[in-house]
Design a binder for this molecule. Sequence first.
Ligand code: ADP
Ligand code: MG
Length: 399
Amino acid sequence: MTKFKTLDDLGDIAGKVALVRVDLNLPMRDGAVTDDTRVRASAPTILELAGKGAKVLLLAHFGRPKGERVSTMSVSMTLDALQAVLGEEVMFVPEVAGPVVEQAVGILQAGDIALLENTRFWKGEEANDPAFAKAIAANAELYVNDAFSAAHRAHASTEALAHLLPAYAGRAMEAELTALDKALGNPATPVAAVVGGAKVSSKLDVLTHLVTKVDHLIIGGGMANTFLAARGVNVGKSLCEHELAATCEQILDAADAAGCTVHLPYDVVVAKEFAANPPSLRTCNVHEVAADEMILDVGPQATEALADVLKTCRTLVWNGPLGAFEIAPFDTATVALARSAAALTAEGALVSVAGGGDTVAALNHAGVADSFSYVSTAGGAFLEWMEGKELPGVTALER
Ligand code: ADP
Ligand code: MG
């Protein structure tokens, strides 16, 4: 496991100023926060630092103001949600550096919390400008990064700052990195990966990386259609990227060379229209799909076989639903396999880690998100991790 400092390594920080990078890029409707999951994720870190007597300065981005002050993208829009979750008063400071922040720090008492303005109001943020980072660091004594979801970007608040102040991973960051390490860094073997979703093209790098890392690669969703077509199966009207046939062959060859078994469905659920319980719904062998049919889910026999594969594994990493899970009954395979994974996890037989926007929605729909070992809500950063890419925000913590 790679090394980074955590809050356990903090000495006495009473009265010290801590810059804490959090994720406050919250979904909003009509000026109100609709989901405070990200705030709840960072609350333990913020409260722990405040509890230890630090003056906590929260740093975050909000929307895409592209280096300009845009009043509708002030991070102060999240202030009510932040105070509600923390149960503490939070002072808003409409700058990230300079005398206004310095004054605020003078007013804050040990254990107080302040929210600095949207880092992306300044061009130096996305440019990872050392001078901008230096100006932010000037008002603080330590830096804590608790925003794994922003760690795939080398920005001033996620990367440069970590080089300028003693840097620590917050509790949410620590939990995420520990879980990801258990899934692909130093996993118990055999390891299975489920990769589903709509398109092969959006997950090429994920597939290429995983075949070298896992023992079983389970391919579902629309991307399975592209692999089946590459293998000469007639997939009818299914979502399929026929132009990627050669790429699929390369991935299958690489899997073969690496000793990774690739699982493609052999029975499928098809329909002539994408609608809930359509009259044309039927289950068939992959070789029996008619020209006017679409494959919309993995079939029941293949799903059962996949559950048996999971029973032989110790670790599972999952990104992407097996079918068009938003509409019944095309959620069936995803729900069934997710429940199998959850049951194995509950027995202590499997470490299960999942991530991805639709994947999280699908696991919630299956009622098992809490039964997985870890579910990442990090989106882009989770996918880049699955691609085996270095995450600059994490690397900067690991120096
Ligand atoms: P994530 O957000 O978890 O990374 P993706 O965005 O890659 O997942 O994929 C989710 C989408 O894939 C869903 O909208 C789902 O309907 C779609 N999908 C899955 N299987 C199929 C299929 N057989 N045909 C068409 N779309 C599918
Ligand atoms: Mg998605």
